[in-house]
Design a protein around this ligand. Sequence first.
Ligand code: ADP
Ligand code: MG
Length: 360
Amino acid sequence: MLAVEGLEKSFSAKGDVVRAVDDVTFDVADGELLVLLGPSGCGKTTVLRCIAGHETAQGGSIRLAGEPVFDAARGVDLPPERRRIGMVFQNYALWPHLTVQRNIEFPLRAQKMKAELAAGDAVQQAAGLVDCVPYLQRFPSELSGGQQQRVALARGLVAGPRFMLFDEPLSNLDALLRAQVRHDLHELHRTVGFSGIYVTHDQSEAFALGDRLAIMRAGRVEQIGTPQEIYGRPLTEYAANFVGLSNRLELEPGGAGAWTLRGGPGREVPVDAGGACDALTLRFRPHDVDLLPGTTTDYDGLVLEGRVADSVYEGRHYDVSVTAGSATLNVHVAAAEGARLGPGDPVRIGLRWHDGSWFG
Ligand code: ADP
Ligand code: MG
């Protein structure tokens, strides 16, 4: 449906050149929603703006349903209204002086879709999809943030776009509404079956909505795959951090193929790293860590001794910081066990071998 190849976009700001998008290549299949996931400033919005035609890239090409809408080498650059792409932004961007009806109609007017305007079906249908028919005659200021964002969704869908772009559309909503609108969006994607790209810096949103995720870092795509692929096998530490593998331990060769914790208690770790590197990093998730009784000897994994530095109650579990050697680890401990732990208490924690990800 969409094919982006070798996209390049730099900005010059105060004499510096910022490579906002640096050789980005990916495609989106028909009916697929691809999530671009990455921290603020990594180039997500710029990628979307290039696809929509609001920004002209310096290199690469963009094809939509087989048609080149941008090609730097051949001088192709279709204006936004000829690309037939729907957009939904973070800040709703509704016109305050227009009713909901007029706001939703806006893309039809901009694209001079007179027949659709006259019939009014498209507006009714789009409004119906996101339950905003009851307030078609109200003004945006008379709606809640969640309702406004639903109107923005209807406006994005009204012209029957070939492709949808969402730029952090939920980030201005409070947590409860965010979950609701996220659910609506997911259902809408299933029922309407649009193809598109959804930008976020939130992992749970990315997992909930994305058929595939592209992890972005400093203008580049670092890894692309299904949520399951990236969760199970992040290719870089950067990707690992994005899918919750927030704990980090460094190991160094301990002789005879064994590895020991750097600056740690000197326990040997049976890792076969092929001897090709001189340091290893282990990444793991806070909820993959087991709290072990003092006597465990037959645990099939890494066992660490440490002390509780801090403990925060989070309802179902305690989020416990443990210092072990030079490392500080985050560990989720079940509420019943966590209630017994306080700062300074000694703990033994275990990590099963297959629950960690290794990076050489
Ligand atoms: P994200 O959406 O991931 O937060 P952006 O695409 O907005 O990232 O920005 C990527 C980089 O490009 C940032 O360093 C940003 O400062 C820079 N940038 C974006 N737009 C402009 C612009 N119009 N002029 C100068 N620099 C820009
Ligand atoms: Mg952005």
